[in-house]
Design a protein around this ligand. Structure first.
Ligand SMILES: [Zn+2]
Length: 266
């Protein structure tokens, strides 16, 4: 009897320590894997991607635009987390912003703050504020550690109780394959969509981050409307990994008054 309750207490303790709260939304999440491992493995995948997809020269005007927005958004993230006592959440981040000359309508941020924009998404962004909508949203997925949650769900190993290490031993390329699917990278591998709750969370965080960086968050619903109008039979990569529906615009409008509290125009 004593042993049993000790075990139960022990598992609660494990659950408690693995459980953390997402800033801004306060949602509790269970991350079973070490975030530092996720970040380290993502760094390898990111470098691999860039070795196969030559990024634009940093002096190119598109690369400069993406970098400028990225730096402002990342500064807003760090300021927000510091003011709210969560500075440690981006301790192991190594903010990196690259733009690839590719007509695909896509952009993503891997764990650790490693970002890629495709030039194909820039016309849809229209201007710097549009880039900030996408940057804020993508960075929010990384800050909220959605990668950790969705990779574990996709691997289906939470239920099996297998550790990430054990999974990788039996399937060494598994991490990279899943990561590629997670961001709609590469043809023919299929895409892994973020869940509705992750999308809503990234939208809310993204609005706050862009507002703090000096960009008008009221541009976000307009961007997503333009994006969803491109749907249809062959939706853009960004839509396949970030499913959009009417709930999104309703949620964005609901959260807008809160986001506007953070908005100081540049
Ligand atoms: Zn998303």
């Amino acid at each position: 009897m004593f042993n049993k309750s000790l075990i139960i207490a022990g598992s609660f303790l494990l659950l408690f320590t693995a459980c953390s709260k997402v800033p801004i939304t306060g949602r509790r999440q269970l991350n079973l894997y070490s975030e530092s491992k996720m970040v380290a493995m993502s760094a390898t995948s990111y470098d691999e991607f860039l070795s196969e997809n030559q990024p634009l020269d940093p002096g190119h005007k598109d690369a400069q635009l993406v970098s400028r927005v990225g730096v402002k958004i990342s500064e807003a993230v760090e300021r927000y987390l510091k003011e709210n006592g969560h500075a440690e959440m981006v301790d192991n981040f190594d903010w990196t912003f690259n733009t690839v000359d590719d007509p695909t309508i896509n952009a993503w941020c891997m764990p650790g703050g490693r970002v890629v924009f495709y030039t194909g998404i820039l016309p849809l962004c229209q201007d710097e504020t549009g880039v900030a909508v996408v940057m804020g949203h993508e960075v929010a997925h990384a800050v909220a550690r959605h990668g950790n949650e969705r990779m574990s769900q996709a691997m289906g190993i939470q239920a099996a109780g297998m550790t990430l290490d054990a999974y990788l031993e039996t399937n060494p390329t598994g991490f990279n394959d899943l990561l590629m699917q997670s961001y709609g990278i590469g043809a023919g591998v299929g895409s892994l969509a973020f869940s509705r709750s992750h999308e809503t969370e990234a939208d809310k965080l993204g609005l706050v981050f862009m507002a703090m960086a000096g960009y008008d968050p009221r541009e976000a619903p307009k961007f997503w409307k333009r994006m969803s109008e491109l749907g249809g039979e062959k939706p853009p990569e960004l839509l396949s990994t970030h499913p959009s529906d009417e709930t999104r615009s309703a949620d964005l409008e609901l959260f807008m008054p809160e986001a506007l509290k953070y908005y100081k125009p540049n």
